[in-house]
Design a binder for this molecule. Structure first.
Ligand code: SF4
Ligand code: SF4
Length: 419
């Protein structure tokens, strides 16, 4: 089978009603989506508009699946696939689209441009053409479970050191970071201490019945649209949730991990889980509303703004909880414009932060975010996703924004009053 045939076969495997409708029927080429894309706005390059990026894949799909395009391809702009198309797909689907979905909500026809480009990601991965680092990070997550006997002792030692920090900050030698023990809440962090220590302070302050997962929440399999591998990464946590008898799985501040565990994985496995999935943002807000934690907002005295991560906000609908948490733990809150469902992507999403070969492009794609931050006059940006955190820190340094950047739990933990 030659490359062209193999690509067509891989495209066919992924062709479903959503991709089919968006690919062949809906786009009227009206151009309304163009200005909605932070990447087009940053570069002004027509090739970076949502419609142009999707068209690179759509014209191939149309040639096969649209009757008019089968008969009169020149009329409809359809074309047969060539090998050079794949290089264009890498640019369009991996480098020049963060799958943020802002174009979808700004399209009068609801065209699912990111679905089309995610389909291209899956095909490129099957052809061995996706960014190698994203595949390596997926494989590393799977290997962690396979080598757990070796990893576990080391991980527990690291957590014991972090537990000492928590005890010192709380001035309480009974404060704990339980690891993979039976508990109501299984908290799934990322690999950095900034996703562990603040969460541990909050769970201890609220006297929650919780435990920390042995695994990290991130799932790079979803960035390369390799669903079999992404499922394996999720399975580790599902097994652990069953083992610890968790009633609630709390996902740390990570946009794609929340999306994977909240709505993607139940579709992949064809069932709802036996436990509830919540973002740490929702849990922190619950603790405040229920009076389980005490806060001193004067501990966060600088003006602060919030960046809505695309997966948590636009896709996940979590807008008010982080705002409630930040406002309850700060003296002065500044809203970004636009925000919530219309917020612009920071430019670091969907694996871009990990792809060092595209660092310069990524920082350019953050131009709109830089302008938004400047307009707030905030001295601190708080966000709820590690990719956004990393990107906004780098944007701040590169553009001399003179801001600090943190996740929401760090911000809240800084305002905690321990009794
Ligand atoms: S994707 Fe939607 S907004 Fe963009 S050109 Fe097509 S129909 Fe118009
Ligand atoms: S999903 Fe986001 S990055 Fe991709 S084309 Fe649409 S607006 Fe641009």
């Amino acid at each position: 089978m030659d490359t062209r045939e193999k690509v067509i076969q891989e495209l066919d495997k992924r062709y479903n009603r959503l991709v089919g409708t968006s690919a062949t029927n809906l786009c009227t080429h009206c151009g309304w989506c163009i200005e909605s894309c932070h990447i087009f706005k940053a570069t002004g390059n027509p090739e970076h508009s949502p419609v142009a990026k999707a068209e690179k894949v759509r014209r191939v799909l149309k040639r096969k699946h649209d009757w008019l395009s089968r008969l009169f391809p020149k009329w409809t702009g359809a074309k047969d696939l060539t090998e050079s198309d794949l290089d264009e797909w890498i640019e369009a689907a991996f480098k020049n689209c963060t799958l943020c979905e802002r174009c979808v909500i700004n399209c009068p026809m609801g065209v699912e441009t990111p679905q089309i480009l995610a389909t291209a990601r899956g095909v490129l991965t099957a052809m061995g053409k996706s960014p190698e680092i994203l595949n390596q990070l997926t494989d590393a997550a799977i290997a962690r479970e396979e080598n757990m006997e070796m990893m576990e002792g080391f991980f527990r030692k690291q957590i014991a050191n972090l537990e000492k920090q928590v005890q010192e900050r709380m001035n309480d030698s009974n404060a704990r970071i339980p690891v993979s023990e039976e508990a109501d809440i299984l908290y799934v962090p990322l690999s950095g201490a900034h996703t562990m220590v603040p969460a541990a302070l909050i769970f201890n302050a609220a006297k929650a019945n919780w435990t920390m997962s042995l695994f990290e929440a991130s799932n790079y399999g979803v960035f390369v649209a390799d669903i079999p591998k992404a499922k394996k990464v999720v399975e580790r946590v599902l097994k652990e949730a069953k083992k610890v008898k968790a009633k609630t799985l709390v996902v740390t501040e990570c946009g794609h991990a929340y999306g994977v565990l909240k709505w993607e994985a139940p579709k992949w496995f064809g069932k709802q889980f036996d436990f509830e999935v919540k973002s740490l943002l929702e849990v922190m807000n619950d603790y405040i509303q229920e009076g389980k934690i005490v806060l001193d907002p004067s501990k966060n005295s600088e003006p602060v703004t919030y960046h809505d991560p695309c997966n948590i906000g636009r896709k996940g609908g979590i807008f008010e909880e982080p705002r409630n948490v930040i406002q309850a733990s700060s003296k002065e809150y500044k809203e970004m414009t636009p925000s919530k469902v219309e917020n612009f992507c920071c430019g670091g999403g969907s694996g871009m932060v990990a792809c060092s070969e595209w660092t310069e492009d990524r920082l350019l794609y953050g131009t709109v975010k830089v302008e938004q931050i400047k307009k707030t006059n905030a001295k601190k940006v708080v966000t709820a996703c590690d990719n956004c955190l990393h990107q906004i820190k780098e944007l701040g340094e590169k553009n001399n924004l003179n801001i600090s950047v943190s996740n929401v739990s760090e911000h809240l933990a800084n305002a905690l009053v321990f009794s």
